[in-house]
Design a protein around this ligand. Sequence first.
Ligand code: AP5
Ligand code: MG
Length: 211
Amino acid sequence: MNLLIMGLPGAGKGTQAAKIVETFGVVHISTGDMFRAAIANQTEMGTLAKSYIDKGELVPDEVTNGIVKDRLAESDIAEKGFLLDGYPRTIEQAHALDDTLKELNIKLDGVINIDVNPESLVERLSGRIINRKTGETYHKVFNPPTDYNEEDYYQREDDKPETVKRRLDVNIAQGEPILDHYRKLGLVSDIQGNQEISDVFADVKKAISSL
Ligand code: AP5
Ligand code: MG
C-alpha cells in the first residue's frame, strides 16, 4: 500500500501516521522529520533546511525532491509500501513525485486528506510536546502523556506563534492545487480532522481499508 497523508500544519498528519504505520505496516516518510534529523546531525543539507524552517518557509523543491526520491528507491519501500507525510507540498513537488513513482514503477493507492478548521491549529501547535527519548508526539491538553515530566519533553522550534502563522499562510496557499491534482485521479479520501484523535483514526482506517 502506497499512501500520502496531507493536511495543514498541526492537522494531525504525524499523529495519524504513527497509527497507520502500526496498523498497516507501511514505512513512514516525513520530510519534516528528515530535515529535523539533518539539522540535529549538523549536515550541510540540515543547515540549509534550517534557514527556511525557522522562518516557516518551504525548503527549496530541488533539495526536497532529491531526498524523497533517494528514500523511495530504498528496498524496504518496495517490500512494505510507504506513507509520505508532508510531501508533496507544492504542485511542482507533486509533478516530481509522479515522475519518481513512474521511474521506480510504483503505484500510488490513495491520498488521506485531513481536513481541519485552521483556527484550531495554533492551539494544537503551541501545546505540542515531543518525547526526547521516543520521539512520540503528544499535546499538553488534547493528548497528554500518562507520566508527564517536563524535562523529558521538548517543543519544536517552529511552533513559536510568529512562525506558526507563516507556516499556515504558506501551506494554505500551496495546498489546493495539489489536492485538485489528486482529486482528478480519484485518489483523495477526505477525513474530518476536528474530532478526537481516535475518531479521526477510525475514519482513516475505514478509508484505507476500502482502497
Ligand atoms: P512538517 O514537520 O511536515 O510540519 P507541518 O506540515 O507544519 O506539520 P506538523 O508536523 O507541524 O503537524 P502534523 O500535521 O504532523 O500534526 P501532529 O500530528 O504533530 O514540516 C516542517 C517544516 O519543514 C515546514 O514548515 C518546511 O519548512 C519544511 N518542510 C517539510 N516538508 C517540506 C516539503 N515537502 N517541502 C518543503 N519544505 C518542507 O499534531 C499537532 C498537535 O496536535 C500535537 O500536539 C497532537 O498531539 C495534536 N493533535 C493531533 N490530532 C489532534 C486531534 N484530532 N485533536 C486534538 N489535538 C490533536
Ligand atoms: Mg508532523
